[in-house]
Design a protein around this ligand. Structure first.
Ligand SMILES: NC(=O)c1ccc[n+]([C@@H]2O[C@H](COP(=O)([O-])OP(=O)(O)OC[C@H]3O[C@@H](n4cnc5c(N)ncnc54)[C@H](O)[C@@H]3O)[C@@H](O)[C@H]2O)c1
Length: 258
């Protein structure tokens, strides 16, 4: 095996990806399949997730399946993990990525809007990680988890008002570190990526003058592409990262350093 393959191959692995119907999850799923893994996608948009799995399977000649799962529902997650295990034979790695954003000033925010963002972005990440951890630990299996946080866990975005999102992502970073310590002796590594502004369905609806300002505030003067996160996720999932746990890998075109 050549060195590149030895370092970053995911051959023989089965990777569970949440929020893989579109955006970052879908782009990373394609790259994960390209480096040899089979895939399971969980997404609230069931049909779109199934179409993504079918297309990836065809393109990369890997097994890829999808289930309609709401990450805020622990029972749905547990049942889908059992089904996925039965269909794939095993699960090894998790890219825990589903998330939503809400831009609204705090004074206008309704209680249910705050709760919704926290529910998907924090509780959802927790419930999926918990179910996956239980799955691995009950089978005495080692593994790795990459959570999608955000640079919004470190900085406060401007000019949009999104306190619920920023708070949820800061919590994901701390949850990642907590799980990394709690599961270190089980051989389960837990890391997160913190993207800067990435052009996806999540950000495409935003006013153009704000997008221009985001680019201006980013040293590289542009937004990132979803595929520019794939290498980081593959690294953190792969054996190359065998000594990396509790890491928050910020990938933001330099936004947070200025
Ligand atoms: N786009 C960015 O600029 C950016 C920056 C930093 C972090 N992120 C994070 O990256 C992740 C992916 O974002 P994206 O830009 O690809 O967004 P996206 O909206 O394009 O994709 C998110 C996916 O998550 C799914 N999803 C949402 N709620 C769900 C739920 N309750 N259960 C299951 N699936 C659910 C959606 O159906 C969708 O397929 C999110 O966690 C987001 O917060 C995005």
């Amino acid at each position: 095996m050549d060195m590149l393959k030895k370092l970053f191959s995911l051959e023989g692995k089965v990777v569970l990806i949440t929020g893989g119907a579109q955006g970052i999850g879908k782009a990373v799923a394609e790259h994960i399949a390209a480096v040899g893994a089979d895939l399971v996608i969980f997404d609230k948009q069931g049909e779109k997730a199934q179409a993504a799995a079918k297309a990836i399977s065809k393109e990369y000649q890997r097994k890829a399946i999808a289930f309609e799962v709401d990450v805020t529902k622990p029972e749905e997650i547990a049942a889908a993990i059992e089904k996925a295990d039965a269909e794939m034979g095993k699960l090894d790695l998790l890219f825990n990525n589903a998330g939503i954003v809400l831009q609204k000033p705090v004074v206008d925010l309704e209680p249910n809007e705050w709760l919704k963002v926290i529910d998907v972005n924090l509780n959802g990440i927790f419930f999926v990680a918990q179910a996956f951890g239980r799955y691995l630990i009950s089978r005495n299996k080692e593994g790795a988890i990459v959570n999608t946080a955000s640079m919004s866990g470190t900085i406060v975005n401007y000019p949009q008002r999104q306190a619920s999102y920023n708070t949820s992502k800061a919590a994901v970073v701390q949850l990642t570190k907590s799980l990394a310590v709690e599961w270190a002796d089980k051989g389960i590594r837990v890391n997160c990526i913190s993207p800067g502004y990435i052009f996806t369905e999540l950000t495409s609806f935003v006013r153009e003058d704000w997008q221009d300002l985001w680019k201006e505030l980013t040293p590289t003067k542009r937004m990132g592409k979803p595929e520019e996160l794939a290498g980081a996720v593959i690294y953190l999932l792969s054996d190359s990262a065998s000594f990396a746990t509790g890491t928050d890998l910020i990938i933001d075109g330099g936004f947070t350093i200025v």
